[in-house]
Design a protein around this ligand. Structure first.
Ligand code: NAG
Ligand code: NAG
Length: 467
């Protein structure tokens, strides 16, 4: 057994920093502290045996890479704090190691103790008594199998890993990233306004609000893990429409937080709310700008009271209102209250929505979000069947609301023409197409044409002198 094949040893020593380090450190052999607090006590693995390496006395070259550090197959390694390779005793000495093998599990070049954990995307893995990992089996929001299936399936859009969603379960995505409550039928039927297309009227094949109204269309918002899309989409559409209808005299980014914290009637802040309630509040109470009342964010499962309303308003005649509190952001003094006229529902016909958009600005749309939408990175979205073969818990959906800003059409490589809407989501600028997405138009994809709202900014003559 006592042999030290020189050629093999040189080969082992040429590459690898750890071997060189071992040669340099003649006085003392360093142990990587994180790995070997009590010495190398991992009973598993073939090291000395793999390379047929056993050396007498002290031989600092008689070393092998071990979990990012170095272990030794020389007799000198057998010390109080051992740096022997795990199989040194067994293979070189033919005796059991002088300590009981540790119980633990390996992951990513580390040994974890029993009950140690690491995260595999959204699932926690725990080291079991027998040295085996056991991982939770929750469906994750970012699912590599789904990404691959979508990208191989030629569905007209690309899927990918949106890093803010990494580590979240699909259930958390549905619970924290949406947050619009589907209105009861009494609301869905009311206030419907039918735009009449004139005979022979032709709408352009493509339209984008930001081209017709430069500098008046605001960038997508980020609701974070606040299930408050009801407030975000309402603030987004109202911001654009106030800017358009005031001819650019006012271009506020309106405050979703004002709605989340203060519109309490049957609304649930970051746990969801209704669009009709949000528009009622904007009409009757009004909200301040986002600068004045910034978004405070919310972590999932935050217990405790909902945030207190920090802004109130009172009538100042002619239906207008003024703030009775300073801005929650003390650096901002302008606490003007912005209001709108009653919101109206559009007919569900594609053409009516297009005409309204072109004439009056972006519209708000309810949307049913499915598991694959979270993965969208670009292209023309339509819900794919890639999860159909999987258990129910992989196929989830929830109600959301977004801002539609335009439309267009695209010819695919296979010659098909796809008509689409362009819309702004509220998942930040890093998601999708710089925070926007395109979705199939004219087919009520994900219910996006079923409940579409418009509104007029409440703009008086005096507002025209603003700013
Ligand atoms: C290795 O170390 C243990 C504990 O210090 C000791 O009992 C044993 O005799 C040593 N073995 C050899 C071969 O030196
Ligand atoms: C997804 O993104 C996260 C965060 O950027 C990253 O840590 C993770 O490794 C990525 N996952 C995959 C499968 O690419």
């Amino acid at each position: 057994m006592w042999q030290c094949p020189l050629g093999l040893l040189l080969l082992l020593l040429l590459p690898g920093e750890s071997a060189l380090g071992a040669r340099r450190g003649r006085g003392r052999r360093e142990l990587a502290p994180a790995l070997h607090l009590r010495g190398i006590r991992d009973a598993g693995g073939r090291y000395c045996q793999e390379q047929d390496l056993c050396c007498r006395g002290r031989a600092d070259d008689c070393a092998l890479p071990y979990l990012g550090a170095t272990c030794y197959c020389d007799l000198f390694c057998n010390r109080t704090v051992s740096d022997c390779c795990p199989d040194f005793w067994d293979f070189c000495l033919g005796v059991p190691p002088p300590f009981p093998p540790i119980q633990g599990c390996m992951h990513g070049g580390r040994i974890y103790p029993v009950l140690g954990t690491y995260w595999d995307n959204c699932n926690r893995c725990t080291c079991q008594e027998k040295g085996q990992w056991e991982c939770d089996q929750e469906p994750c929001l970012v699912d590599q199998d789904m990404i691959d299936a979508i990208n191989q399936g030629n569905y007209g859009w690309r899927a990918g890993n949106h890093s803010a969603f990494w580590g979240m379960t699909l259930d958390e995505g549905i619970r924290y990233r949406l947050g619009t409550i589907r209105p009861p039928s009494s609301v869905t039927n009311m206030n419907e306004i039918h735009t009449v297309l004139l005979p022979g009227e032709v709408l352009p094949t493509a339209f984008e609000a930001s081209e017709k109204w430069p500098n008046l269309i605001h960038e997508p918002l980020d609701q974070g893990n606040c299930a408050g899309s009801w407030a975000f989409s309402t603030a987004a559409v109202a911001s654009d429409r106030v800017s358009i209808h005031s001819l650019g005299h006012m271009t506020p980014v309106l405050s979703p937080q004002n709605l989340l914290s203060c519109d309490k009637h049957n609304q649930h802040g970051c746990r969801g709310g209704r669009l009709d309630g949000a528009w009622w509040f904007l009409r009757r109470r009004g909200v301040v700008s986002d600068h004045c009342y910034p978004f405070s964010g919310r972590e999932p499962d935050e217990a405790g009271p909902k945030p207190r309303c920090m802004m109130h308003s009172r009538p100042m005649g002619r239906g207008k209102r003024q703030a009775t509190a300073r801005c929650p952001n003390h650096l901002v003094h302008a606490n003007d209250i912005y209001q709108v006229t009653p919101a109206y529902r559009l007919g569900s016909s594609e053409k009516e929505i297009m005409k309204e958009l072109m004439e009056n600005g972006p519209v708000q749309a309810l949307m049913e979000v499915h598991e694959d939408f979270f993965l969208y990175q670009g292209g023309i979205y339509s819900h794919t069947p890639v999860s159909l073969g999987r258990p129910e818990r992989y196929r989830r959906h929830g109600t959301h609301s977004v801002k539609i800003t335009g439309w267009g059409e695209d010819t695919l490589p296979d010659g098909r023409t796809l008509k689409y809407w362009t819309a702004a989501n509220s998942w930040g600028p890093a998601w999708g197409e710089r925070g926007h997405f395109r979705i199939m138009r004219g087919a009520n994809e994900c219910d996006i044409e079923s409940f579409v709202l418009g509104v007029w900014g409440r703009v008086g003559m005096e507002d025209m002198n603003h700013h």
